[in-house]
Design a protein. Sequence first.
Length: 574
Amino acid sequence: MTAILCSDLSFSWPDGARVLSGLTLSIGAGRTGLIGVNGSGKSTLLKLIAGELRPDSGTVRVAGDVGYLPQAITLGTSRTVEDLLGITAARDALHAIEAGQASEDAFAAIGDDWNVEERARAWLDRLGLTGLGPDDRVERLSGGETAGVALAALFLRRPDVLLLDEPTNNLDLDARRRLYDAVTAWAGVMVIVGHDRELLGLVDHVADLSGGDVRMYGGNLAAYEQRLVAEQEAAQRAVTTASAEVRRERREVIDAQVKQATRDRQGRKVAASGSLPRAVVDARKKHAQESAGRSRELHADRLEAARDRLTEAEQAVRDDAKIRVDLPATAVPAGRTVLTLTGLAARWHPAAAPPSAAAPPSAAAPPPAVPPEPADPATRPGVLAELIVRGPERVALTGPNGAGKTTLLRAIAGAATLPGVTVRRGTAVGYLPQRLDILDDQLTVVDNVRVAAPTASVNEVRASLARFGFRGDRASQAAGTLSGGERFRAMLAALLLAQPAPQLLLLDEPTNNLDMASVRQLSQALESYRGAIVIASHDVPFLDTAGITRWLGRPDVRRGGFIGFVLAGATSVR
């Protein structure tokens, strides 16, 4: 049964940029993973289905109620968890009735949902948000907690069609696994945009949005990839065959031209000898010209047809630019110390921070109660009071949402300070923040790299950029005109080609919002990198490809603040 039907759907942004043109799509029951490269229009398509955007032309029909989780959740800081869950009116009505203030409006607000509080609590608990209460303010939530509450709100509503755009972004490992369980148990129609391989392993169908068209595949991500590999191998064979055919037709054109030139010379010699009557010579000349014309047209048509088949075959091959770059200047000797952090077990609590400007002082929530800690936290079992990174180590920093991983990376990069924590950097550092905003949109790709590498010549930068997939005019594009995947490769180039060469890389959730091709390109770039890396990530499949040598995680956390950055060593997060 068709749950979502898009017919001849077209959409452009106000600046004229075309996103979708004449797209037709039918989605039935079950879980469908919507995949495609950055910039292909996945998020736009979800917004069109959800009614958040109106198409330029075409129609969208959805059978039933729609629940939609956007990629970026924008919320007012004065709102509460119950506001996010959408149960404020029902909860207020319940409390009013319990207090003996029954009214028709109160009963109307509740309807038949008398256990809404219990259901809300159950979904919060199911998604690992046991520490949250309905009256907690949004400003107190981490990014992962906010995403978790938004998911709980959707599951609580029980819509007929559920649209999730990158639902695992900002979720820690525990929250991700809880989401996987909820997705598996979901009985309605679900469409998921994402790059999380474990999540896409749970889908029943894969919709591949590429080149403005959608192709449906039965099965999960693994089944799709097997089919895609077979299709791409066939497409490559078709390109090889079509290329050979074009070369053969070109040779035949040349051979025909040589033969015609020989016949023309012989005709001119006969005409000059006077051995044939003039009328016969003219007749032969006319026949030869007509025959040559037909031959040229025939060979030209065959060559053009061969070129068309080559173009069609090449279009079937995906343009998944591979990154193959040598980065010798990033190499770090095994014994060299590149980073030292001391005071990690020091007590720090941001309760003294001023209340949000969005709320009056009287509405500011009191600081959370902090359980007593031992006089010397560093003496607790498993606590790492000092972190030293030497040589080309690759450290994975894991932990629950709100544990302060981003704050720690910013402190290492010199973009923030942590009371009681001393950071000593022994080499040049490259930092890729979560927002991926290190490019100047007004500058070209070449000029963005030259900002990071001011002594490099234009030719040197262009030669390096070619290995990141920017060849010829592509390197001269303004950063603001790049597609999502191109922009990511440009950021990697600016980060890795910087002068001095970064021998310590800090990556903060680098796979958030990336398509799977960009994740592969990041892995390829890290294969070429020879320095030390500290990665904060919940993406275990990506970490498995990153050559991690040490796993550090589970900082000791209390909601609303930190008890230092107490890191427990681990050999694996699994």
